[in-house]
Design a protein around this ligand. Structure first.
Ligand SMILES: Cc1cc2nc3c(=O)[nH]c(=O)nc-3n(C[C@H](O)[C@H](O)[C@H](O)COP(=O)(O)OP(=O)(O)OC[C@H]3O[C@@H](n4cnc5c(N)ncnc54)[C@H](O)[C@@H]3O)c2cc1C
Length: 336
């Protein structure tokens, strides 16, 4: 790992200023992804700006506040474990709490921050192996995953340049909830809908998000969503713990008189970004909350899915996981 300068930001303005002063600098959250990327020489920043002190106070749940409309604001420096264990998150957005608790390990969740989780990079083996061709690591180099061992790779929204997946569990729940990412840069503040925050690979897989180079993530906002009390996150993986998702499903459902009134579904482990299942949602609204409806919805969402050999099984796995989660939600309290 090459030498780098370290500084600690005490305010959001200070963090943005430090970033603009030093070319090739990076924000440091818990360091649980960035330090690995630096050790592997995939990222070589000249300077790190520690943004973990940007909490209003040093209490574990500081930075999580209820909004006047009933939504929640979660500061970017709040640790993943604090979000997962917060009473209002568990009560109002159980899918988010579950998604975080299915990720990584207790120690990592205690370090990892909300902002860092959004910005974590793919776990594609070829991205980490500098003997392999990877358009994400070296634009124009090619992609060894497409004809390689692609068991964990994308089945939706991939391109001829890249079939990597986004690794986050938390972000899948945020996509289902229609969260908003609040950012601050030298030009001021703006907010980005969660479903526009991460990008599909296209010809530029090295550009992973719509965050600009001079911007800091300051907070995530969750909208009020009463029916999200009936929600869950299911993660299917090769080991029961400490493994990334092959397929995951985050869903929330409201059923009225046997018909689906409100539905949210997002998939993880299947695309370069958390995959909001808009086609499936469209196929379910107003329909009976039956297994047949869920099967048709899963088919609609996966209609354009494509496997690359080793990951062909994920198409059926994604459908079955969706149907199973939706059936559980219909049974568990979606009925009024
Ligand atoms: C062994 C292991 C297993 C894991 N398993 C899982 C898993 O199963 N599921 C899962 O979801 N995750 C998993 N993770 C990933 C983990 O969740 C991420 O590493 C973590 O969320 C990153 O957060 P961080 O604060 O440590 O980010 P850092 O490593 O500090 O930073 C990551 C990136 O975010 C940027 N950044 C940080 N804060 C901000 C900000 N406020 N604004 C803009 N940019 C910012 C940094 O510059 C850097 O580019 C695993 C990690 C490890 C090491």
């Amino acid at each position: 790992m090459k030498n780098f300068a370290y500084s600690r930001a005490e305010t959001v303005e200070g963090a943005v200023n430090l970033l603009s002063q030093q070319a090739n600098s990076k924000f440091l959250g818990g360091g649980t992804n960035l330090v690995d990327l630096m050790r592997e020489n995939i990222e070589q920043p000249d300077a790190l700006i520690d943004v973990t002190r940007l909490l209003p106070a040093r209490k574990p749940d500081a930075g999580i506040t209820e909004l006047p409309d009933g939504g929640l604001s979660i500061g970017a420096a709040v640790r993943n474990s604090a979000v997962a264990n917060h009473g209002l998150v568990r009560e109002r957005y159980p899918l988010l709490s579950q998604a975080i608790l299915f990720g990584a390990s207790g120690q990592i969740r205690n370090m990892a921050t909300t902002g860092g989780n959004l910005m974590q990079r793919t776990r594609c083996y070829y991205f980490y192996d500098d003997a392999a061709r990877c358009n994400k690591r070296k634009p124009g180099a090619g992609c060894d995953a497409i004809d390689g061992f692609n068991r964990m790779h994308a089945i939706l929204g991939a391109s001829d340049s890249c079939i990597a997946t986004h690794p986050s569990d938390m972000c899948v729940a945020l996509a289902a909830l229609d969260a908003t990412v609040h950012v601050r840069g030298s030009g001021g503040e703006r907010s980005i809908p969660m479903n526009d925050f991460h990008r599909l690979p296209g010809d530029t897989p090295h550009v992973e998000t719509n965050l600009r180079a001079d911007e800091l993530i300051t907070a995530i906002q969750l909208p009020p969503l009463p029916f999200a009390r009936n929600s869950r996150y299911r993660k299917v993986r090769d080991r029961a713990s400490y493994a990334f998702a092959l397929v995951s499903v985050a869903a929330a459902m409201e059923v009225e008189n046997g018909a689906i009134r409100n539905i949210r579904v997002a998939l993880g482990g299947v695309a370069h970004k958390p995959w909001r299942a808009y086609q499936a949602e469209k196929a379910m609204v107003g329909k009976k909350s039956t297994r047949e409806t869920f099967l048709l919805a899963a088919d609609a969402e996966l209609r354009n899915a494509r496997g690359y050999g080793y990951n062909n099984f994920k198409i059926e796995l994604a459908k079955r996981t969706m149907v199973s989660v939706l059936s559980e939600l219909a049974e568990a309290g979606g009925v009024r």
